[in-house]
Design a protein around this ligand. Structure first.
Ligand code: IPD
Ligand code: CA
Ligand code: CA
Ligand code: CA
Length: 288
């Protein structure tokens, strides 16, 4: 396509404006009655997911009409041949949002030739009547920030002294079962394994150093694109759960500080290889 290349800082500025536009929609509706629909038995979507996506995409379209856009609710749009692909999760942690339970976010990132180069996650913490937002951001090679202050991963070197976090998707398949085994083992081995229900927030919590590691199967690019860049820029090592190079299209993610990463991998790698030997498809996800 005809576009020129854009400085990472300029992409980040737009990502931040877009994520904040989505977050404003979420803030406005967070304590009001929710309109819930079902994509699957426990897979919810609300009118707020869609309204937030519209708000995010309109900022992106106005700034970069020749980029490709991928939103969880609306799919792909724009120029699919662009070297830039924006990945938008307008509301990550929809189930939490629908119940007024803290821990959900708006996540916006841009890939250049498949590689995340700028990303923003606006996390909602607090609770009904007292919500606060926290803005995590990163541009490739420029570090990671929370509300403008530099953040770094934890330096804890011992799984025994670690707090970990994972997630379980809506599809209760073999990978989901395998993660229950991992959950059990790591609950025994560490100080605890949390399960918050918002992948983008989990990745930002690794970046912030309040958990040592995060892993999950079967996420989608919009769940991970901003969070993995933020975690990486904060010093995290990121691979798939079987230790392969990670891309946002990978079907598993393991993010942790360098030392803990290898300890966690010792357990997630054989579990993941066993899944693949059973014929469970963990090959990269492709745009439909
Ligand atoms: C979900 C959340 C959850 C993860 C699921 C995701 P959504 O995203 O990130 O933590 O376990 O796999 O689909 O649907 O709330 O945007
Ligand atoms: Ca969803
Ligand atoms: Ca999500
Ligand atoms: Ca979502």
């Amino acid at each position: 396509s005809s576009e020129g290349s854009v400085a990472f800082e300029d992409l980040l500025e737009v990502a931040e404006r877009a994520a904040k536009a989505g977050a404003a929609v979420v803030s406005e509706r967070v304590d009001k009655p929710r309109n819930i629909e079902f994509k699957g038995a426990t897979d919810l979507v609300t009118d707020t997911d869609k309204a937030s996506e519209d708000a995010v995409l309109s900022v992106l379209r106005a700034s970069f009409p020749d980029h490709a856009l991928l939103g969880e609710e609306g799919g792909i749009s724009g120029d699919v041949n662009s070297e830039y692909l924006w990945c938008v999760d307008p509301l990550d942690g929809t189930t939490n949002f629908a119940h007024g339970y803290p821990c959900f976010a708006v996540s916006v990132a841009v890939l250049q030739k498949g590689d995340p180069v700028a990303g923003v996650v606006v996390e909602f913490a607090g609770g009904p009547g007292s919500w606060v937002t926290k803005t995590y951001s990163a541009a490739k090679g420029k570090g990671a920030f929370l509300n403008g202050s530099s953040i770094k991963v934890s330096r804890c070197k011992d799984v025994n002294q670690s707090l970990l976090v994972t997630g379980f998707g809506y599809e209760h398949d073999d990978a989901w079962m395998a993660n229950l085994e991992l959950f059990k083992d790591f609950t025994d081995e560490s100080r605890g394994v949390r399960r918050l229900g918002a992948a983008a927030v989990d990745l930002c919590h690794v970046a912030l150093g309040i958990v040592e590691a995060y892993w999950e199967y079967r996420l989608k690019p919009w769940d991970m694109a901003a969070g993995v860049l933020i975690a990486k820029e904060a010093g995290a090592k990121i691979t798939t759960m079987d230790g392969r190079p990670f891309t946002v299209f990978s079907r598993s993610v393991l993010a942790a500080n360098e030392v803990i990463h290898s300890s966690i991998l010792e357990r997630t790698q054989p579990e993941t290889e066993a899944l693949m030997q059973k014929g469970i498809d963990l090959s990269p996800w492709f745009l439909p």
